[in-house]
Design a protein around this ligand. Sequence first.
Ligand code: SF4
Length: 293
Amino acid sequence: MKLAADRVKACLRPSAFDDVNTVIANPDDEIYAYAIARLLVSCMDDASMLDKLARYEAERSAYFLKAEDPEVIAYIATAVGIDITAPDMSVKQYVSLVSRMREPPRWRLVNRDVLHGRVHCPPDDYAAILRERIRQVIRSQLPLVVPPGPVAVRLRTYAEEVSHAYREQIMEQYGEVSEGCFPPCIRAIIAAVTDGTNIPHTARFTLTAFLHTIGLDETAIVEVFARAPDFDIQRTMYQVEHISGSGGTEYTPPGCATLKTYGLCVNPDTFCKNTAHPLSYYKYRKKISGKKV
Ligand code: SF4
């Protein structure tokens, strides 16, 4: 159980996806820990946990697959529904695979060779595509149903320990939420919400993703939107849950360059000069204000 809890904690680290655990001390223990880790996150009632574990395990798989023979990789790819020996794939399959991948410009259809409804996929692309497909498969199997009983009670004890570690990690990264340190763009969106202005979806998305990333829970985020005179709780709950990870993807707010194109970079101040991301702005302001970062 402890190995499984450690495995879940590993996927919560800020650098988890760039720095996976590459050690396999005992393959049997690893298999056991993986199975229990899936049960643990299933007990946590937090969709973002399911997403993090799926991404972490997919990254880890990708790391170990690099050392495998091409035949083994092709076999595993076929098992998850991808033919990595093919020079192309249907647009439908391609879009379903890349829609949530990082580095979006590289994967956009407009940047690909498409002919007769098929997207050209050079061999070099398949490692990333396979990693994403593994993530999708793992995520689609979560959460598992954990029947009530002594095992569930024991799992919940560890699940609480992991939840505690997660909250601590967010607090270490961002400290207590301090609205006074929010960047001008986020403050402007909050002001617009409070005034009852009908803000665009991009603004709602940015605000929700920002507040979620710095550690506000869903209820606290909804409370921010509740400042609006025309507050619609059901619509807001749906959007907040979705952006916070209930759909399988946990979103982070866009960077400054994207916010500029959305017209959401308003009243930038002197701290914005060397800032490329609202989260960097926030961390920096908290640091210099003497609060915990
Ligand atoms: S520069 Fe970045 S942090 Fe500053 S207001 Fe514009 S988008 Fe926000």
